[in-house]
Design a protein around this ligand. Structure first.
Ligand code: FES
Length: 126
């Protein structure tokens, strides 16, 4: 299976009014729950979770990107720190199961449809 990278901004806030909760930023909260959600789907060996410190989408927390060689890159914005882990993990499953990252729009959850900000083509290969 193609190794996949899930980038997640660890510094995103919970909302405009709530930067952090008990000292944990919304992005880190999402990361903590994503680790568990990926493990429940047995994806921890396939999907490398890579925390980043700001993805320049601070006005739309939380920000996430899913990428793999030869596949589309998805950039998701406005992922809920509290409820986003399960749906992002499900999307990771659909993405890793696909050959080129083209998860049909009709197969995506409403949360993923709503959060999809950009879809980029695979990088050209030499
Ligand atoms: S703090 Fe998350 S994108 Fe800037």
């Amino acid at each position: 299976m193609t190794p996949t990278t899930l980038f997640v901004c660890s510094l995103c806030q919970f909302s405009a009014q709530e930067r952090s909760r008990d000292g944990i930023a919304g992005g880190q909260y999402l990361i903590n729950h994503l680790q568990q959600a990926l493990a429940e789907r047995d994806l921890q060996a396939t999907v490398h979770l890579e925390p980043l410190r700001c993805m320049a989408g601070c006005q739309q927390p939380c920000n996430v990107s899913l990428a793999a060689p030869g596949k589309l890159t998805f950039i998701l914005s406005g992922v809920s720190p509290e409820n986003g882990a399960t749906t992002v993990a499900e999307f990771c499953q659909q993405y890793t199961d696909s050959t080129n990252g083209r998860v049909p729009f009709s197969d995506r959850t409403p949360e993923i449809r709503r959060a999809t900000a950009f879809v980029l083509p695979p990088l050209p290969t030499p």
